[in-house]
Design a protein around this ligand. Structure first.
Ligand SMILES: [Fe+2]
Length: 263
């Protein structure tokens, strides 16, 4: 599997604290069946004192150290770009750092509470630069838990939706679990990733997330979410998904949760 969202770079954000921690996280990734990751440290000016250049240098350093420690995890460069409410979509798209060197996909997140009004505009602005938006864990956003319909609009405009494995596993709590299950049930989740930060509190758990996803969408689709689509992104290829998604009804995750509790 290729885990396209994790915070494994040491000392740049709220993920791995130092090199030994990053190496242990890399071993954990391998133990969960992940053989490659994108290092997607936060690029979030107000919260983390780092830059694309600094993260890129740290990525190179980590790749060297993994080799030296004989840990066969492949690490690609990347970023989790933060869409702030006071930054225009055009400005955001201009600065966004893609997944992979010269990659075509841009992973981004935004506030977990209030959904900024210009997410769709950011998707369009990236597209105008030949880039495809990958929207990180919308199931964690409180506004979208109440009303997920904007997600359908972003998919129609060309975005891919990344669901957090820990949401399905229950690490983020009940509301994200139900919202994640609901998006998957209705074809509004295309990629699964661990968003790993910490060995115990926010671990690599793509294997457990994939098992739960497979119960909702079937094993074949779960494989697409954890293997085929992430690898296509790593190769800089377009990812083809159904664009017509209906998120009108409000039965969020209920069917899935019942199934889980009955089993
Ligand atoms: Fe993240």
């Amino acid at each position: 599997m290729l885990d396209l969202h994790c915070h494994i770079l040491p000392g740049v954000d709220d993920g791995a604290v130092d090199l030994p921690d990053a190496l242990e996280l890399a071993r954990d990734a391998l133990a969960t069946g992940v053989r490659a990751v994108f290092a997607t440290s936060h690029l979030w000016e107000k919260l983390f004192d780092t830059s694309p250049e600094h993260n890129y240098a740290e990525w190179k350093h980590l790749v060297r150290e993994l080799k030296r420690a004989d840990i066969p995890l492949e690490v690609f460069p990347g970023a989790e770009n933060y869409l702030a409410s006071d930054v225009s979509a055009a400005e955001f798209a201009k600065k966004a750092v893609p997944l992979g060197e010269n990659g075509k996909h841009v992973l981004f997140d935004f506030s977990l509470r209030q959904m900024p009004p210009h997410v769709g505009d950011a998707v369009d602005a990236l597209a105008r630069r030949g880039l495809t938006a990958v929207i990180a864990h919308p199931e964690r956003n409180a506004d979208l838990q109440r009303d997920p319909r904007p997600v359908a609009d972003w998919i129609a405009r060309g975005a891919l939706i990344q669901i957090n494995a820990p949401s399905l596993v229950g690490i983020h709590g009940e509301a994200p679990a139900a919202a994640a299950a609901d998006l998957l049930e209705r074809g509004a989740g295309h990629l699964l990733a661990s968003d790993a930060h910490h060995r115990r509190r926010r671990p690599f758990c793509l294997d457990r997330g994939r098992e739960i996803a497979a119960r909702i969408v079937g094993a074949e689709e779960a494989k697409l979410m954890c293997e085929d689509r992430p690898w296509a992104i790593a190769r800089g290829e377009d990812v083809d998904v159904p664009r017509d998604v209906n998120l009108e009804s409000r039965a969020r995750g209920a069917r899935f949760l019942r199934k889980l509790f009955d089993s």
